[in-house]
Design a binder for this molecule. Structure first.
Ligand code: NAD
Ligand code: MN
Length: 348
């Protein structure tokens, strides 16, 4: 089997974690008799400075024949964040209609969690990925004047909610059978009451999944106080963004959290660490590559290579048991290269 993927290393530590990940993915695929054919794309902040745009206009077409995309991160101090976030990652999510963002978070043996008594965390955040508070609808009125207004309109549509909800219920069936819908429907009376209603309807199709509705503020507290009872969290775009950083840090840190942007039933998806370009540590060789490697494992899993994905996860688990392999973000003094070599070595 030959798996055609595209790789967008991007900015900051993006290229560092992607460089640590690719040999691991090649080795795991090869062990299952598959070859990765990699199209390397120079999209991101540097291209934006050079050409005025972080990616070409026909970006979606360029990657359309690829099964999947591995993306590092974008963001650099000399380019306004919104240019790259809107010009690249949000644009690609919308152009490829990547409706669902999956963000699994778990704790690992040997890696301290942020919880007081170091309990296990194992959550899957299913984030709606194309609209909600990030729909891009709104405007600035009376610019620079005393009465200036910034209006951001949250858009929640039934088909998009249905799509994300079905995906979340199916994921819950494959996990513990528990799902929590996260809203703020007590204070926001239109969009989030629609979420409540649509999810109730979908819940009827999945009688084997236990579904509760939780307000986002209460959920933030509960994730810290008793994360054990939680499994799949179904979230709007904004709440999913916020709670997945919280979940990542609970379970070990931003350097450990992977994600997948998928269009259910279609390719290509985009697989990326949750973290950004981390300009504060770039070039020091200490970025934690695990989030990117785990994103790569999700890519292999969704591309028909679940055994290769399991190999990657097992090798990561083994490497993390030795604190000498830990990067500073998870309390060690190791380097990106050392951790990457340990994972690669564990693949045999
Ligand atoms: P960030 O995730 O880049 O960094 C937050 C903190 O976590 C920093 O202290 C950083 O050093 C640490 N960190 C993150 N990833 C790490 C890793 N793999 N190993 C070790 N430590 C790690 O978030 P930020 O500082 O808010 O944003 C920096 C830039 O990244 C901004 O330009 C922002 O717009 C961009 N960003 C991009 C994406 C994306 O490309 N999808 C996502 C978030 C932020
Ligand atoms: Mn985020």
């Amino acid at each position: 089997m030959r798996l055609k993927i595209a790789v967008i290393p991007g900015d900051g530590i993006g290229p560092e974690v992607v460089a640590a990940t690719l040999p691991v993915l090649h080795a795991a695929a090869r062990a299952e008799g598959a070859e990765l054919d990699v199209l390397d794309l120079d999209w991101g902040g540097e291209r934006h400075l050079r050409t005025g745009s972080p990616m070409p206009e026909d970006a979606a077409k360029i990657i359309s024949d690829r099964s999947a995309v591995l993306f590092g991160a974008v963001g650099r101090p000399d380019v306004p964040d919104h240019e790259l976030v809107w010009g690249l990652i949000i644009a690609l999510r919308q152009q490829l209609d990547l409706a669902v963002n999956l963000r699994p978070v778990r704790s690992w043996d040997g890696v301290p969690t942020a919880l007081r008594d170091d309990r296990d965390v194992d959550l899957l955040i299913v984030r709606e990925n194309t609209e909600g508070e990030y729909a891009g609808v709104g405007g600035r009125v009376h610019r620079g004047r005393p009465g200036e207004l910034g209006v951001e309109v949250a858009v929640h549509s039934r088909p998009v909610i249905e799509r994300a909800a079905r995906h979340a219920f199916q994921a819950a069936q494959g996990r513990s059978g528990r799902l929590a819908l996260v809203t703020k429907s007590n204070a926001m009376r239109f969009g989030y009451t629609l979420w409540d209603a649509v999810v109730e309807e979908i819940a009827a199709e999945f009688p084997d999944v236990e579904c509760e509705h939780v307000l986002v503020d209460a959920m933030a507290a509960r994730m810290i106080q008793k994360p054990r009872g939680l499994d799949v969290l179904l979230c709007s775009n904004l709440f999913g963004d916020i709670l997945s950083d919280l979940a990542a840090v609970l379970a070990g840190g931003m350097g450990m959290a992977p994600s997948a942007n998928v269009a259910p039933g279609r390719t290509p998806g985009i697989y990326e660490p949750v973290h950004g370009s981390a300009p504060d540590i770039v070039g020091r060789g200490v970025a934690n590559p695990v989030a990117c490697m785990l994103s790569g494992a999700m890519l292999l899993e969704d591309s028909g290579l679940p055994k290769a994905a399991a190999r990657v996860r097992d090798a990561i688990a083994e490497a993390l048991r030795d604190p000498a392999n830990h990067t500073p973000d998870i309390g060690g003094s190791g380097t990106t290269d050392r951790l990457a070599e340990a994972v690669l070595g564990g693949l045999g």
